[in-house]
Design a protein around this ligand. Structure first.
Ligand code: SAH
Ligand code: SF4
Ligand code: F3S
Length: 454
């Protein structure tokens, strides 16, 4: 009997690594005869590729699962009910709860290193369902973390756009005490340079102008004798790829050769995401970040001297275990001194299994965390405005990403080398064009520009 193609709906949360993983998942399942649909109503299988980084990410996914389950319960009898699969970082982090919680009637679980097993897991879940009742306790799962899996043999199935993600390494060995990633994604491993270059060539042939090299610690990339600088150099030789970005780096892995490549290779964007997390040495030590505020200041000064037009962004956590007002003030002061172009600021959120959750109390009251995040966001807003306003009058080359904005169909959006959003009046361009614009205004979140008169 001919097997009917199952239709899959996949929703993705979390970082770019997870988005890139969804492209890998699409590729694996398409090859195995599955089809994808744009909404859950048409789906035979609903897959949630989840994130576990903070409690609100977690809560959103749980809310979503409950909603899908309640929708599924209201399906009229006789109609087929979709299978629900949990993938991604919550799958590894919360497998016991997901497997044992009777209120979460999910059907299968796959962690970030088990996506090649998805066709089997879906088959096993289907058989389990057909044989058992709707509440069958049998849930196939695979959350094994691998020391080798990099999906280097899978060409991700990408959506159109100007930017293609390439995962060049997976996992993390750093064990920052607040962070769940080493537990959800396992140890670091990198793909061979030649293999990454092949993927960049495929992207260029498909019309992508930009690649973003991805990894939880992308600059810890290491394969045989190749380091991250040599990987970037090799990718920059691919014809058709005009811009190279990377995320997310760790401040500890910026050797001089990497800074030199960023400074001198014209395809490498002058942009570094530099997550400081905190500005007080006791807190940095408690977080196991392996650097001090003095080292950050020296390093940023060195980066700015080496690459004068560098765009810098950061991540900060406020209200980490036992952080006092004075210690927070040092983070505030450091942000004020460095003046990042932009910053992602988070309240500390205790995660199960992490070192901090075992060794330190999450004792900063919620109201204090809120007060600190508000203060730091206000500071950053003022800094971002100042930085962006300073670009007025300059000429920037932007890569057009979007025609028409949500608010205004007569505007279009591009990004400059420093990754800043530049909004310009809509003209005769298409997505993927590079154009030179004169910056006319800076806001806290973007630049505005106009086409250069020729
Ligand atoms: N590998 C990257 C970070 C990845 S997670 C790095 O080392 O910089 C992205 C950001 O989420 C982190 O930089 C951190 O600021 C934030 N984050 C991670 N765990 C968190 C937690 N438990 N609570 C609040 N924010 C957290
Ligand atoms: Fe998490 Fe630290 Fe690894 Fe980044 S470097 S993923 S913050 S453990
Ligand atoms: Fe979230 Fe996992 Fe990424 S926890 S931030 S999806 S690595």
């Amino acid at each position: 009997m001919k097997q009917l193609t199952k239709k899959i709906y996949i929703q993705t949360w979390g970082c770019q690594m997870n988005l890139a993983d969804t492209e890998v998942i699409r590729s694996i399942l398409t090859k195995n005869g599955y089809g994808f649909v744009p909404n859950e109503q048409e789906a035979d299988v609903i897959m949630l590729n989840t994130c576990a980084i903070r409690e609100n990410a977690h809560r959103k996914v749980y809310g979503r699962i409950q909603k899908i389950i309640s929708d599924r319960c209201s399906v009229v009898s006789g109609q087929k009910k979709p299978l629900i699969g949990i993938l991604g970082c919550m799958a590894t982090n919360l497998r016991t709860d997901l497997l044992e919680n009777k209120n979460l009637a999910i059907d299968f679980i796959a962690g970030p290193d088990s996506y090649k097993r998805l066709p089997n897991l879906i088959k096993e879940a289907t058989i389990g369902k057909d044989h058992g009742s709707q509440n069958t306790d049998y849930k196939p799962f695979d959350v094994t973390l691998s020391e080798f899996e990099t999906y280097s043999d899978i060409t991700p199935s990408r959506q159109e756009g100007v930017n293609g993600w390439i995962s060049v390494m997976r996992g993390c060995n750093n064990f920052c005490t607040f962070c769940v990633v080493p537990y959800t994604r396992g140890r670091e491993r990198s793909r061979a340079v030649a293999n990454v270059v092949e993927e960049a060539k495929i992207l260029a042939a498909e019309g992508f102008k930009q690649v973003t090299l991805l990894g939880q610690n992308v600059n810890s990339y290491k394969h045989d004798s190749d380091d991250f600088a040599s990987l970037i150099e090799a990718v920059s030789k691919v014809d058709g790829i005009e811009r190279i970005r990377f995320t997310s780096p760790h401040p500890k892995d910026f050797p001089e050769n990497l800074l030199q490549v960023i400074a001198h290779n014209p395809k490498v964007c002058k942009q570094i995401h530099y997550p400081i997390q905190a500005g007080n040495n006791r807190i940095l030590d408690l977080m196991n970040r392996t650097y001090t505020r003095e080292e950050i200041l020296d390093h940023i000064a060195h980066i700015r001297t080496t690459i004068p037009n560098i765009g810098l962004s950061t991540d900060v956590i406020v209200g980490f275990c036992s952080e006092t007002d004075q210690e927070f003030d040092e983070t505030y002061d450091l942000m004020d001194k460095i003046m990042f172009d932009s910053a992602f600021i988070f309240k500390y959120s205790e995660r199960k299994n992490t070192i901090a959750s075992k060794k330190h109390a999450d004792d900063v009251p919620e109201a204090v965390k809120t007060e600190r995040i508000v203060r730091l966001n206000e500071l950053q807003k003022a800094i971002s405005l100042k930085k962006n306003a300073a670009h007025v009058g300059e000429t920037h080359t932007i890569l057009i990403e979007k025609l028409g904005t949500a608010k205004d169909p007569d505007k279009c959006i591009g990004r400059n080398d420093q990754n800043k959003i530049v909004v310009i009046p809509r003209g005769p361009y298409t997505i993927g064009d590079f154009i030179d614009v004169k910056i006319t205004r800076g806001t806290p979140v973007a630049l505005e520009g106009k086409i250069l008169e020729t």
